[in-house]
Ligand binder design. Structure first.
Ligand SMILES: [Zn+2]
Length: 135
């Protein structure tokens, strides 16, 4: 935790990002200095269309992730935002049909601090016959 608190600038000088950034921004800077891409900023693979059997995998340390699909090959269509979550790991692009799947890589759930009643908002998928569900 102390690593994420910067030393600050010498009096009378203008601080650099390294001297003043805190938290996640500082973690990103420290990662870059070591050649580590903390936030995995590489574009998602667009050389194929994801399928249910072979989805485009996206990693998330959070409960939910929004990823942008531009089709296959890249930029085949305007960006469509696809929302995947721990509760709904699979989602399909409504423009090209490419399937994305979220892999949760965050910390394990803490039984002492459960989620406080958060529930994903309902979508049309909640009203589809259960035999058509893919989860
Ligand atoms: Zn798409």
């Amino acid at each position: 935790m102390e690593d994420l608190l910067p030393p600050g600038a010498e009096p009378g000088t203008v601080p650099t990002d390294l001297e003043q950034a805190t938290g996640l921004e500082r973690l990103e800077i420290l990662g870059k200095m070591q050649g580590i891409d903390i936030f995995d900023m590489k574009p998602l693979p667009s050389d194929r269309v994801g399928t249910m059997q072979d989805p485009i995998m996206v990693k998330s340390a959070g409960d939910e992730l929004q990823c942008g699909c531009t089709g296959c090959p890249a930029d085949s269509h305007a960006v469509r935002w696809v929302v995947v979550s721990r509760a709904r790991p699979f989602e399909r692009c409504d423009e090209c049909g490419s399937v994305y799947k979220m892999e949760y890589i965050g910390p394990p759930d803490d039984p002492d601090h459960p989620h406080h009643g958060y529930e994903d908002p309902k979508t049309m998928a909640d009203y589809v016959k259960p035999e058509y569900w893919y989860r």
